[in-house]
Design a binder for this molecule. Structure first.
Ligand code: MN
Length: 486
C-alpha cells in the first residue's frame, strides 16, 4: 500500500461502502402498490402484503429484475444466472412480518468494479463485492415529548438494490468520489430516480484505521448518509476519532454509528454486543430467479454510453475537466453533445460544449430555459456553431442568437438577420465602407501612412461604427492597411 494514504505518517485508513439504491419500478417488490411515496400521506400506499398479514404471498415484480441486471452491468459486474431470496429475521415495529426478504447466499449481481475520478486525471478503482435485491422496511418516527411512536408502512416493500464495495477506499475524498460515481452510474443506467433528498440512495460507510499494514483495525459502521458531502465528512470524522483513540492507548469498539449533520459528527447507536443472529434461510414463498444469458447479453448491447467512455470522448475535444463534469452530471446534456460529435466535426461539438457549460448553464440556473428545450434545438445549435466558425457573426452575437433559438426554436440565421447581427461578409461592401472612412479622416490616414500605428485603431473604430458593429475587426484592419499601402 502506498505511503500517500498514511495519516500522521503511520495510520492507514480502510473504507468500504454499502449503498442502498431504490429502484424505479412502478410498484413495490412483491405487491401491486405504488412505489412512489414522496407525496403520499402515511399508510396510504399499503396492502395486506406490506402489512405482513398471515396467509398473504409475495409475487415478484419482474421489472425489478430487469433494473437489477442493468444496474449490475453498469457496475461492470457478473450477473448471476440463478439467484434466490432469503429471509432475514429481526423484530422491529416497522417490519410487521418479523423478517426482511433479501438475498443472502446467492445475490443477483456478483463481482464488479467502479472507477471513480478524483480530478487531475486520477482515479480510484473500487471493487464491487456483490449487489443484492431486497425489500425496504417501513419508517418509525418518535414525536418529541409524546409517549408513543408512529409507524408509516408506505416504504415497506419498496425494491432496493444493496451494492457492497470491497474495502478499496483509503481516504474521505475517495469515498466521496466513489459515492458520486455510483450515483452517476445508476442515473445513466436508468434504474433509479437517484433523488438523494428523498432517500433514493443511502450510503453506509465502514471505516477502520490501522498502524499495522498486515492487519485491518476494528471498524465502525456509520449508517444512512444521504449526501456525498456527508459521506466525505463522516469518513473524515471517523478516521480522526479512531486515530485519537489509538493515540491515547484506547481501543476502537466495533459499533454502528449515526451521522449528526448539524453537529458534523458521528454518534454511537449500538455496539456489537447487541448484534443480531438473523437466522437466514431461503424464502419458501419465492422460487429462485433464473436469468438467461441471452437476455443479459441483449441488455449489455442496449446499455447507454456510460460516464467513463464519455469522459474520454469529451476529453478528446480539449474541454476542461470542470466542463466535462458539468456535462456528464446530466445524461440529457451528454446525449446532446455525443449526438453532435457522432454526426459533425469536433470543432462544432466543442463550440456547442462551450455553450452547454457557459451561456446555456447560466440560462438554466436563471430558470429561463430547461434541458428539454436545448435538446429540441440541436440542429439549430449546430447551424449556429458553423455560422460562428465561418465568422458570420461575433461570439457575443452568437450567444444572443442562441438564447432566442433555445427559447423559440427559430432558425439562427433568421434570428441573426432580424436582430441585424450578421457580419458584413461581402468584401466589396466592406471595402466601400473602408474607403469612405479613409476619405473622411485624412489626418488619421496620413498618420498611419507615416507609421503611427495608433491611428489605425481609430480608423477601425470608425468602420465598425459605420457598419453597426457587423464587421470583423481583424478583417477591417487588414483592408485599411491594404488601402493605405502599409
Ligand atoms: Mn440492506
Amino acid at each position: 500500500m502506498s505511503d500517500k494514504y498514511l495519516v500522521k505518517g503511520k495510520y492507514l485508513p480502510t473504507i468500504g461502502v454499502e449503498c442502498h439504491v431504490q429502484l424505479k419500478t412502478k410498484t413495490k417488490l412483491f405487491s401491486g402498490v405504488s412505489n412512489d411515496a414522496r407525496d403520499a400521506e402515511p399508510n396510504t400506499l399499503i396492502s395486506p402484503i406490506c402489512l405482513g398479514f398471515p396467509g398473504t404471498l409475495p409475487v415478484l415484480n419482474q421489472e425489478s429484475i430487469h433494473l437489477a441486471v442493468k444496474a449490475g452491468l453498469a457496475l461492470r459486474a457478473e450477473i448471476a444466472n440463478v439467484s434466490h431470496f432469503d429471509r432475514k429475521h429481526y423484530f422491529y415495529p416497522d417490519l410487521p412480518k418479523g423478517y426482511q426478504i433479501t438475498q443472502f447466499e446467492r445475490p443477483i449481481v456478483g463481482k464488479g468494479v467502479v472507477e471513480a475520478p478524483l480530478g487531475g486525471g486520477e482515479f480510484v478503482s473500487v471493487g464491487i463485492t456483490r449487489a443484492h435485491l431486497e425489500e425496504d422496511a417501513g419508517k418509525s418516527s418518535h414525536p418529541s415529548g409524546a409517549d408513543y411512536s408512529l409507524v408509516d408502512l408506505n416504504r415497506a416493500g419498496t425494491p432496493l438494490l444493496e451494492i457492497v464495495s470491497e474495502p478499496d477506499i483509503h481516504n474521505a475524498a475517495e469515498a466521496k468520489a466513489y459515492a458520486h460515481e455510483l450515483y452517476l452510474l445508476m442515473k445513466y443506467a436508468g434504474v433509479s430516480d437517484v433523488d438523494l433528498y428523498h432517500g433514493n440512495m443511502r450510503f453506509d460507510v465502514n471505516v477502520s484505521v490501522s498502524d499495522n499494514p498486515q492487519k485491518l483495525g476494528t471498524r465502525s459502521e456509520t449508517k444512512n448518509l444521504n449526501s456525498f458531502k456527508s459521506v466525505e465528512k463522516a469518513v473524515e470524522f471517523e478516521i480522526n476519532r479512531q486515530i485519537e483513540l489509538l493515540e491515547k492507548g484506547q481501543k476502537v469498539i466495533q459499533e454502528t454509528r449515526g451521522w449528526d449533520d448539524a453537529k458534523q459528527k458521528t454518534i454511537s447507536q449500538r455496539s456489537k454486543e447487541d448484534a443480531h443472529d438473523y437466522r437466514y434461510f431461503p424464502d419458501p414463498d419465492l422460487p429462485p430467479i433464473e436469468v438467461e444469458q441471452e437476455y443479459i447479453d441483449r441488455q449489455l448491447d442496449s446499455m447507454p454510453t456510460m460516464p467513463s467512455a464519455l469522459r474520454s470522448l469529451f476529453g478528446s475535444l480539449g474541454m476542461t475537466e470542470a466542463q466535462i463534469d458539468t456535462i456528464i452530471e446530466e445524461p440529457e446534456m451528454s446525449d446532446i453533445l455525443r449526438q453532435i460529435l457522432d454526426q459533425k466535426d469536433p470543432k462544432t461539438a466543442k463550440i456547442v460544449g462551450n455553450w452547454l457549460t457557459g451561456e446555456l448553464q447560466r440560462l438554466i440556473t436563471d430558470g429561463e430555459i430547461n434541458l428539454k428545450q436545448i435538446a429540441a434545438v440541436t440542429n439549430q445549435m449546430v447551424k449556429l456553431a458553423s455560422m460562428l466558425d465561418g465568422a458570420m457573426l461575433s461570439s457575443t452575437a452568437a450567444k444572443e442568437v442562441l438564447a432566442v433559438v433555445v427559447k423559440t426554436g427559430q432558425d439562427p440565421e433568421d434570428v441573426a438577420k432580424s436582430k441585424n447581427l450578421l457580419q458584413v461578409s461581402d468584401e466589396s461592401e466592406l471595402v466601400m465602407i473602408v474607403e469612405q472612412v479613409i476619405s473622411e479622416n485624412e489626418k488619421a490616414a496620413d498618420d498611419v501612412r507615416n507609421g503611427e500605428m495608433k491611428a489605425i485603431g481609430f480608423l477601425v473604430g470608425q468602420v465598425m461604427k459605420l457598419s453597426q458593429g457587423r464587421a470583423n475587426p481583424a478583417k477591417v484592419q487588414e483592408l485599411i492597411k491594404k488601402q493605405l499601402g502599409v
